[in-house]
Structure formats: C-alpha cells, structure tokens
Design a protein around this ligand. Structure first.
Ligand code: CA
Length: 223
C-alpha cells in the first residue's frame, strides 16, 4: 500500500516514515502542499496542516475534490475548530502531535476498514499476496486459496485480513487483540491462540502464520 506523507518537519517525517516502512507500507514523502498536489495518487494520505507554502486544509479540500483517497490529518494544532473543519472538508480522521507511530497505524487501519467497503473506483479491491495462492477480497470478505473459497468465521477473517495488511511484519499480541477484537487487552490471549490455530489449519500451506517468540505473529506467504 502506498502512503503519501505530507510533512515539512524532518524529524517527525523521518520517524513516521521509518515506522510505516517497518509495517510494510511504501511511503512517498513530500514537504509542501504543492508537492502533495503534484504527487502520484496514493492509497492513503497523511497530511500535516502547518505547511510552508499553503494551508494544509486547502490541500485536504483539493485532494478530496479529486477523489476518495483516505486522508488522515496530522497536526500540532490542538484547536477543536481545525479538527472539525478538517473532518468537514473531507479528512477521514485526525491525529494530534505528538503521536506514536503505532497510533497512526491503528488510525490508518481503522480508516481503511471503514472506507474499503465503499471504495468502488478500483476494479478489484483484492489482496493478491506475494506467492499468489491466497487472495483476500476485502469488499466481499471472502478468501480464496488456489481458487477455492475458505470457510472462515468472521473473527478468523478479521484476523487474517489484519495480518495480511502487513505481510512479513511481526505483530504483537496486543496489537492484534486491539485491532481484531477492538479491545485493549492486558490479560492472557488464549482466544487469539485458538483463532490462530483454526486459521493455520484452514490455510494449509498457502500461507503460514508464524509464531514470533515473545512477541506475537507474522503472516508469511509465497514460496
Ligand atoms: Ca508542519
């Protein structure tokens, strides 16, 4: 997935870009509103409001006028008015500085979950993962292996879709519980293990959910 990061503050941009790349996102970084509007279309825009050339809100308005790319505003302006205006002119969410990379990624995933079912501009909203045997159709919430549909429970589907957002990345148990079960989870994660076990059986050798000792899990495809 390609992310357009519009941010003139280098340290913030550097740390955000490193974090996003670690999670498997492809990042195009620009520093100005003019560059943002000239950039290749992306799958997601992270937009700072305090830009050196134009107001980020104008960039947001222009991007929204062009299409339905998800936009998350990132800003030092804690002002409630900016937040409301940003959302009114088409931003999908808002993150205030300072923020952690994990918070931004959680927001991105939440926004994508909300907007993906409505996205109809792309011919096929499908993940064909490296290796090609496993195909996830996020609009229909269906999964095929070698052309045959897998019978997954809703939670098994959510779990697989979440792991497949970042193939190869190690995701912590806490991240997975929070994203898939919508809960902050501090206790034992037996539920997660049960679902991982079921998913492994159903996937066979089309994709492997590896255990990352002391951390969590990662989805490995291909080969
Ligand atoms: Ca700025």
């Amino acid at each position: 997935m390609r992310v357009l990061l519009v941010e003139d503050d280098q340290p913030i941009a550097d740390s955000l870009r490193r974090g996003l790349v670690r999670y498997g996102y492809e990042v195009t970084w620009v520093r100005t509103g003019a560059e943002a509007l000239a950039a290749e279309p992306a799958d997601m825009v992270l937009l700072d409001l305090g830009l050196p050339d134009v107001d980020g809100l104008d960039v947001c308005r222009e991007l929204r006028a062009r299409g339905d790319v998800p936009i998350i505003v990132i800003s030092a302006r804690a002002d409630e008015v900016d937040r409301v205006v940003g959302l009114e002119i088409g931003a999908d969410d808002y993150v205030s500085k300072p923020f952690g990379v994990r918070e931004v990624i959680a927001r991105m995933r939440a926004v994508l979950r909300r907007v993906r079912p409505a996205v109809t501009t792309r011919p096929a909203e499908q993940d064909s993962l490296p290796g090609g045997r496993l195909v996830i159709d996020r609009r229909a919430r269906r999964v095929h292996v070698d052309g045959a549909e897998l019978a997954l429970s809703p939670k098994e589907y959510d779990l697989l879709a979440y792991l497949a957002d970042a193939p190869g990345a190690a995701l912590t148990r806490e991240q997975i519980m929070e994203a898939v079960w919508d809960a902050h989870w501090f206790g034992p994660t037996k539920t997660l293990d049960v679902h991982i076990g079921a998913l492994r059986r159903k996937l066979g050798d089309a994709a492997v959910v590896e255990t990352v000792r002391g951390v969590g899990f990662r989805l490995v495809t291909g080969g």
